[in-house]
Design a protein. Structure first.
Length: 271
């Protein structure tokens, strides 16, 4: 199994499928890369990169407390190790905070941002209650219960629930708590104007408490595109995957064309 040594105390599990424009998928707390199992067909057209954040899935937990900034740095080091110069970053829920921070810190490495259920800060009750509930379970070392909750919410087919649960229960309690907490206090709203790359925000039509989070992006980064998936919940990538994958594919077409042209130009220069 492929692992990348990020620091002396941290190794991240990852796997790469496909060729072409690189897309890296970033999962939420108390889960792992397999929440994106239904995005694997995108490997027919893109170089898809799936990995487990520190303290989740098959990655080690390291010794450093998690922060969104540190997780973005980890991602940069992962891409360095596997030879990816630039990538599209696709974050789901809390994973979207890592995607934003990566794009803000390493804009020269970011081709585009895709956020499913994305937000630049948490400022309303519904997501806060859910996050604090998971934090409470993590604090008393009941990660299994948090994993069951995530598995039930993120299943599309009956077999998905078992697969997500078995992987999510590997999450380290301390790192899960830290990921929840750092995301709860993270705020990139005042920095969104620095994002000049294409941005796609995807929300389910049924997750109305999250819809207002599009506004700061649209105001600060007018290139932002917002799409609502009909009858979709917050769990778009695993539960509305056909629509989500089609959106991703359509959004990335012009970016893919430019990327392939740049790659051909580089090959010509070095030949």
């Amino acid at each position: 199994m492929p692992y990348a040594a990020i620091r002396e105390d941290l190794s991240l599990y990852y796997h790469v499928k496909g060729e072409g424009l690189p897309i890296v998928f970033i999962h939420p707390f108390v889960m792992g890369h397999n929440v994106f199992k239904h995005q694997e067909p995108l490997a027919d057209r893109y170089k898809t990169i799936f990995y487990d954040l520190a303290g989740h899935g098959q990655s080690s937990k390291g010794t450093s407390p998690l922060s969104i900034e540190l997780l973005a740095e980890d991602l940069k080091k992962l891409l360095d190790q596997i030879g990816i110069e630039k990538a599209v970053v696709c974050g789901y829920s809390h994973g979207g905070l890592v995607a934003q921070e990566f794009a803000l810190t390493y804009p020269e490495r970011t081709l585009a941002i895709i956020l499913s259920g994305g937000f630049s800060e948490i400022n309303n009750l519904t997501p806060k209650v859910f996050i604090k509930s998971v934090m409470a379970l993590a604090k008393i070392r009941q990660i299994g219960l948090a994993a069951k909750l995530q598995a039930k919410l993120n299943k599309c087919f009956p077999e998905d629930e078992k697969e997500i649960y078995e992987y999510a229960r590997k999450s380290d309690a301390a790192r899960s708590y830290e990921f929840c907490k750092t995301g709860l206090h993270y705020k990139s709203t005042n920095a969104l104007h620095r994002l000049n790359m294409p941005i796609l925000l995807v929300y389910g039509s049924l997750e109305k408490p999250m819809h207002h989070y599009r506004i700061p992006f649209q105001q600060a980064a007018p290139q932002t595109e917002v799409v609502y998936i009909q009858n979709g919940t917050h769990q778009i990538p695993p539960r509305s995957f056909s629509e989500f994958n089609a959106l991703v594919d359509r959004f990335l077409q012009p970016i893919k064309e430019r990327y392939m042209q740049e790659q051909k130009k580089k090959e010509t220069e070095f030949s």
